[in-house]
Design a binder for this molecule. Structure first.
Ligand code: PHB
Length: 388
């Protein structure tokens, strides 16, 4: 009797264990590599929230097992985190990366291990250019993509000379590089440039003094995270905004930093692939859902996380279950989302999307983004990438 019961119990246990195993087997293991501390911590949190919203919206949170690792915006930490997710956790897909420096550092390992990676921020041009990989798909932007349209646009506004500033790492050089190339092509002249120590510059005063001495028509910058907040506030206190207007890559006055920047952000004109004021049904629905979940307006980082999640959802819905099939299905992703129409360019695996030129104004309910211009369906040249 005792033996029979034990056998029955053991049988039941085996059955439930194998049922649970089968269920677990069906789950897609997702390695989420984002900065959760340091200069880009708030970006990581926002991307994570957007990603989870996409899974919830699809009713598919149970289908995925999310394993989070912190990159701290440090290439060394990012490589260790990526290796752990690929080798120890054996994830089916990776997503995340905020810093271009970290993306550059993990690129070879991702490619060689044949693990699909959905980039949800890092704009590193090479990752979808000369160092592209069939395993790297980017649903955020490339650094060149968001800045190139501003070159001609600034010239058309009558600006003939600029001074540029950015943090001294890959993204800083690439954001500024793309703008400068387009501005010079339009006929403009760069009268000076400087790069500030990344993540360490508290006081931009000395750099602004040098910039002012060069007497440019305008200043063009790239800053993000806590550096964007400090820069915008210090530029305003410096007192030259009227005579030397501030332009830049649109992350500078992201919705994510706007409250902290306050009135110092008013009048700053930039370009970006998303602003929460876009007047479309898709964006309105997204803003409402994000606000309900997070109790604040979404920024471009939330949308990037959301689109990374939604791309993965679409890939899985199309039947993808493992590294190879996920990588293939991601290339087919195309829909109209919060930021407008998007598709993955088969030539580079980079996103094709609109770029919006906007400024910050004092609205009825506080500071807000006013859309000035839309450059439609911006696509990067293959730049040495040969995916097709
Ligand atoms: C980057 O390092 O590629 C980067 C970081 C923060 C941004 C945009 C680009 O807001």
């Amino acid at each position: 009797m005792k033996l029979a019961m034990t056998t029955a119990l053991a049988g039941a246990m085996t059955l439930s264990a194998s049922a649970a195993f089968a269920q677990d087997e069906e789950k897609i293991d997702v390695g989420m590599i984002l900065p959760y501390v340091g200069v880009y911590a708030s970006l990581g949190e926002e991307i994570d929230q957007g990603f989870m919203l996409a899974l919830e919206e699809a009713g598919m949170t149970d289908r995925f097992n999310i394993i989070r690792e912190d990159t701290e915006a440090s290439p060394q930490v990012g490589v260790a985190a990526t290796r752990k997710l690929i080798l120890e956790d054996e994830v089916d897909v990776l997503t995340g990366l905020v810093s271009s420096g970290v993306l550059g550092a993990v690129r070879d390992f991702v490619d060689q291990s044949q693990t699909p990676l959905i980039v949800s921020n890092a704009g590193n041009d090479e990752a979808t250019g000369e160092d592209c990989s069939p395993y790297i798909t980017r649903v955020s932007f490339s650094n060149a993509q968001v800045n190139r349209p501003m070159g001609q646009w600034l010239y058309d506004q009558g600006m003939r000379t600029v001074y540029t500033l950015a943090p001294d790492y890959a993204a800083g050089q690439q954001h500024i590089g793309a703008f400068v190339e387009a501005f010079e092509e339009a006929g403009g002249e760069v009268v000076g440039q400087d790069y500030t120590p990344f993540g360490q510059t508290q006081d931009f005063g000395p750099y602004l003094t040098t910039a002012q001495a060069a007497d440019p028509d305008a200043i063009f910058v790239f800053y993000a995270g806590s550096e964007a907040i400090n820069f915008v506030k210090q530029y305003d206190s410096f007192g030259i905004k009227e005579e030397t207007p501030l332009y830049g890559s649109g992350f500078l006055t992201s919705q994510l930093y706007l409250e902290a920047e306050g009135p110092a952000a008013v009048g700053v004109v930039t370009s970006l692939h998303y602003v929460p004021t876009l007047d479309t049904p898709e964006n309105k629905a997204f803003v409402e859902a994000f606000q309900a979940a997070a109790d604040r307006l979404p920024s471009e980082y939330a949308v990037q996380g959301y689109d990374a999640g939604r791309s993965l959802v679409e890939a899985v819905k199309a039947g993808a279950t493992d590294r190879e099939s996920i990588k293939e299905a991601l290339r087919e992703v195309s829909y109209t989302g919060p930021r407008g129409p998007l598709e993955i360019d088969p030539a580079t695996n980079n996103i094709v999307q609109n770029v919006y030129i906007y400024d910050i104004v004092e609205g009825e309910n506080g500071l807000t983004q006013e859309l000035i211009d839309t450059v439609e369906a911006v696509r990067d040249e293959p730049n040495g990438c040969e995916l097709e």
